[in-house]
Write a protein that binds this ligand. Sequence first.
Ligand SMILES: [Zn+2]
Length: 477
Amino acid sequence: MMTSVSPRSRWKTRFLGALFVVLATAGVAVYLGWRQAVPAVRAAVVPPPRFIGLSTTFTVILEAARGRIARAEVRIVQGAAAAVVLTQPTAVGRRLEAPVTVQGATLGLREGAATLEVWARDDFWRPWRRADVPVASIPVTIDLTPPSIDVLAATQYVSEGGGGIVAFRLKGGDAAEVRARTLTFPSFPVGDAGARVALIGLPWDFRPGTPLTVTARDEAGNAASRGIPTEVRSRRFRADRIHLTEGFLEVKVAELLPQRSPTQPLLDGFLVINRDLRRQAEEEKRRVALRTAPRPLWEGAFVQPRNTKVFSNFAEMRTYVYGTQEVDKQVHLGYDLASLKQSPVPAANNGVIVFAGPLTIYGNAVVVDHGLGLQTLYGHLSSIEVKVGDSVEKGQALGRTGSTGLAMGDHLHFEVLIGGVSVTPVEWWDARWIRDHIDRPLEQAGLPAIGGARSPATAAKHTLAGAPVRHPRSPHR
Ligand SMILES: [Zn+2]
């Protein structure tokens, strides 16, 4: 018997065959199209450098959409010349994060315009190989010249807990500061182009022999540093013992730690105030120091309130005694001045109010900015009559004395601050000290004086402020 295939069935087989070929071809085309369409490696440079300096650091981040990163290269290109600063020739994975440090002077390129190029490829197969082009291109400027610093003059001797000034000429930098230990004091332009000054304030425990330097940095990150020929002299400070009474602790712990649990012993509360709140106030002083005018606002010697008695000195080491126990030691960073209760508190010099309100152990406090980082602080006030932003004149009342904060009786706690560092007010109360230690170095540098009084009449016309009085030692409480 013969089996016969009907024409209809044959046609059907051919049709299905053709359909299969068409679909398969289309599938392959779609597949190849998809492979071709997979995006190239994505690149980011963080932070994108604007300059290539003597040492410039950035991170190159590459990410392949498919496959692995097969080749990565970072080049600095200048006309026909190019320097390779990173090369990664083997497959590393889908993502590559490579820190790059470029030593600009070793590139063999000139200072001036250049382009930072990132070249990268993945190992994902595509039907048509793409032409190699950079995946990122960033215009940069090659700058290999560090700033130059010429120290023109500096206060010759600065004592522990004292102030001074440094004058220098800066070329090719846009930020310069004086460093002392971990402290930094900003500099400000004065007089002719490039001349800058920085007031410095050394903490009471700043050790003689610790180096002081001017450091500067330009936009390309090129840095320079110069030593300052200032000699740090040691100074002796007094010691005092403070007897804590139950009544004082009860009042002050309730005032300064209102959230305290009633079961916490009073002494614990006091120690939180005397240590933690004191430290918080120090941190706040450093923050307030940043709000300073770039020019001197003060005029001549600083003044202290009339008819006040000094009953505590700068940098007195205080031992706190509770019962018969020594419970704490802290350093007193200002002068305590007392007269009648709720006496008006005069601004020690012209300036702008940069702080007015409660400041932990200082109670109600005011900080006046006198420019160039020089500020004065007034603590324990019963009332404040100024607000932040107000301009005040030397002798103008800022408020009234009181005993808010960690104060044992009505008095003014007065501090002079340079860059947020408390220094002895005695220096700034003394016109001669200002002339010898601030203006003389400037004069030597051929710069205009900033410390001296404009005219003696200015200080005399104010009624609240007296003439500067020297208080090397003071009667004890
Ligand atoms: Zn005080």
